[in-house]
Every structure is written in C-alpha cells, then in structure tokens.
Design a protein around this ligand. Sequence first.
Ligand code: HEM
Length: 474
Amino acid sequence: MEVLYMSLFCLFVLSSLYFLFYKTKAGARLPPGRTGWPVIGESLEFLSIGWKGHPEKFIFDRMAKYSPTVFRTHLLGERAAVFCGAAGNKFLFSNENKLVQAWWPASVDKIFPSSTQTSSKEEAIKMRKMLPNILKPEALHRYVEIMDHIARRHFADGWDNKKEVVVFPLAKNYTFWLACRLFVSIEDPAQVQKFAEPFNLLASGLISIPIDLPGTPFNKGIKASNFVRKELVAIIKQRKLDLADGKASPTQDILSHMLLATDDSGKSMHELDIADKILGLLIGGHDTASSACAFIVKYLAELPHIYDRVYHEQMGIARSKAAGELLKWEDVQKMKYSWNVACEVMRMAPPLQGAFREALTDFTYNGFSIPKGWKLYWSANSTHKNPEFFAEPMKFEPARFEGSGPAPYTFVPFGGGPRMCPGKEYARLEILVFMHHLVTRFKWEMLIPNETIVVDPMPIPAKGLPVRLFPHRS
Ligand code: HEM
C-alpha cells in the first residue's frame, strides 16, 4: 500500500512540476495556477465553495495568487483555464468559433443525446439562427398578455390568501408554467405538474456525478429525459395534424413557430430535433429565471427603500389600467427602475455562474499559452463582484444600471457574443411580470433572516426562502 501511495505522490509531484515548467512550441508558458488532485483536480474546491454560497472565492483567491487575467486549473476531469475580468470575457465571447467553441461536460451529452449544444455543430448553427427570430423582442410582444394571464393564475393559486409561503418552489412553478404555456400551449396545471416532476429529475441529473447505475440521480435524469422527449414528440405529431387541419394557429406558441420555420434551403426541422430544442429551452429558461425571481424577493425584503421605489413604479402602471386589463408590452417598457433592480440582483447573484468553452487550436493569451483542447471558463463573478468594475461590489445599488450602465463585458449574467442567451428578452418579460404581481399584492418579511445561500449550480436559498406575506389593502 505504501508503495502505491508513494507512486501516486511522485506522479502528482512530477505532473505538477511538468505543468509548472512546461513551455509550448511557441515558448510561451502555461497560465499560472494549480491542477489539484489527480483526476478530480480542483473540482471539489470549485463545487464546495459554491455549496457554501461563495463561488466567487474560488476565482478571487486564484486571481490574487496567480494572475488577475487568466489562471490554470483542472475541473470536471479536464485541464482548464479560467479567463478573468472584462478582457477575459471579451476575448472568449468574441472568439467563438474562431479560437474557441462551446463545451459542455459529458453528463450533459448523455442526458441530451442529440442535443444541439453538444453533438452536431450543424444543428447548433441551425438552432442559433432560428432562436433569436423566435425569441426576439418583436416576436415576444404578444406574449406579455399571456404571461400576465398565467401570472394572475399563479398568484391566485399559490400566494393569495396565504399567510406564509416558500418562495423558491413557487418561483419555479411560475417560470415552468409559463414555459409550458408559451412553448407548447400546455396551460392546465395538472398537465404542467405531469411534466414538472420528470423535469426536476432531469435538471438534477444534469448536475450529478455521471454514474449511470440504477437509482443514481444521473440514471434517473437519463430516464426522465427520454420520457419528456417521448411526450414532446407526441405533442409535436398532434400539433402537425392540428396545424394542417387549421385547428392550431401558426403563432400560438414557440412550437408552432419551430414547426413552420425552415432553414436557408427551405428544409424544416426533424420532430426529434424540435423535441430536443424545446427541451433545451425548458431547461435553459426555467431554473435560471426562477433563481432570479427568488433573489428579487429576498433583496426586496431586505431593502425596504428599494421595495418602495419598485412598488411606486408598479402601482403607477397598475393604476393606469382598467380593472382586469392585462399587461401589455408598452406597460413592461415603463418598468425601468424595476429592471434596474432585477439587473442588480443578477449582478450580485448571477443565476448562471459562467460557462465553458474549448480551445479549437493552440493560442496565446496575455503572454500565456493555451493548448488546443483545453477547457476555458468565463465567470460572471470575476467582473460582477470586482471593485475594478463595480465600486463597492457588495453594495446593492440599482443606479449602476442608469444611463449607459456598466462598461462593456462587465455585466454578463446572460453571457456575450454569438452564444449570448437567446432567452434574455423572454426572461426580462417574465421577471418583470412577476415583480408587478408580487409588489402590487404584498409586502413581506423573511422568516429566516440571513438564510444561507447555496450555489448548486444556480444560487438558491438553502431553505427555499420562506416569507410572511402582508397583503396590501385593496
Ligand atoms: C434570468 C434568466 C436567464 C439567465 C441568467 C440566462 C443565462 C444564460 C447564459 C449566461 C447563457 C450563455 C452560456 C454560455 O456562455 O455558453 C445562456 C444560454 C442559453 N439560454 Fe439562457 N438565461 C436565462 C433565461 C433563459 C430563457 C428564459 C431561455 C429560453 C426561453 C434561455 C435559453 C437559453 C439557451 C437555449 C441557451 C444556449 C444558447 C447557446 O448555446 O447558443 N435562457 N443563458
């Protein structure tokens, strides 16, 4: 046994020395940093600092120790470099498909077997061309009334006449219900619920250790993914018939848009591809936006002066409407202060901490060599919580977003460049509609002051954010 330990130790020391003094063909040195333990590298530190609620610590400790621009590490079984600051973000975002391309951990590939994010570059390009059209602001105008309609039902079912509620599961319910309605026209709560359970399994599978044995979260995630895809294909087949018979409208939801969209050569998408795309949208859009909604509730509870300004803005809009009249696009455009608040929430608690790219070729960045195949990570926190870009970064200050707002590449909750979140505008609308209903109905207080935050991988309050509600007198 001792021999085995000694051999492992020597291997570790040798590999560390190799990386420390390794020079590439071009003579440039690898970025400074450490590769951590054999196989697992620094994954455990990376994840566990997030579980303790301070994912930025992993980044800032290493920026201070090694380099403020780029450092080396080893994450999820891969050699990786973390690009920091606005310049790092700019570099990765503007070199998409030139020096870098998107990369997702192997577990994602297994749960989305033919997913566009991972498998086929051609499919990904098709998807990227189509999504902005389907989700662009003009296309979303008419969705605002539907969002308002679902929000009213959601608040009536989940919040009204309750003394206390747990916010995070409610926020998930809201964003999922909306997505079911707007993507595939499923509105009945019982049917939404039927989807919600496999969806939660799927989402947990995506962030689990990829061991495919009966009963593991990963295995349950794969099964749930197959179930949801099968259900989606059945919905797609029925929709095709309904569209042909004139029973469904070409504009009723995102599914109809996808079925009728064609690529440059006039070809429409395969049913399974559409199912995968809808699945990707449901996953991409659901937990991120619900995390943002939950943190808005938290910060507004903690900061009454900010709550008051949001309340006045939203009441101004509510008073301008006739009784029962639904919110419209123009109403949402007036919610400027509320959006600044939502942005400040996403600066302080970015729903996605960052994302990976893969180096397509050997290249040099800031004098350091980045070998082909390395995984590259951009981190929202490296700018969001950096005093170089946001003065007093731990202070909640929505005024940062007034005027021309933060400098380019510093505020990146939705990423940037060609892979910037295509659901950004959709997310803005659903978050603002949520804020409208929330503040025009209630004030609230947190039942667990200073509730611990867990980042796994989205930030969530450890106990789901229970609050006591104080309805406004009507
Ligand atoms: C507050 C809510 C949201 C946040 C913070 C967010 C954040 C992000 C970020 C940071 C990325 C880029 C990752 C990268 O650089 O690789 C991304 C990609 C993506 N988002 Fe969102 N997102 C949100 C809501 C949504 C919604 C509502 C949808 C769907 C309607 C959506 C669909 C997607 C898709 C499909 C991608 C992948 C794009 C690609 O790979 O090219 N997201 N999101």
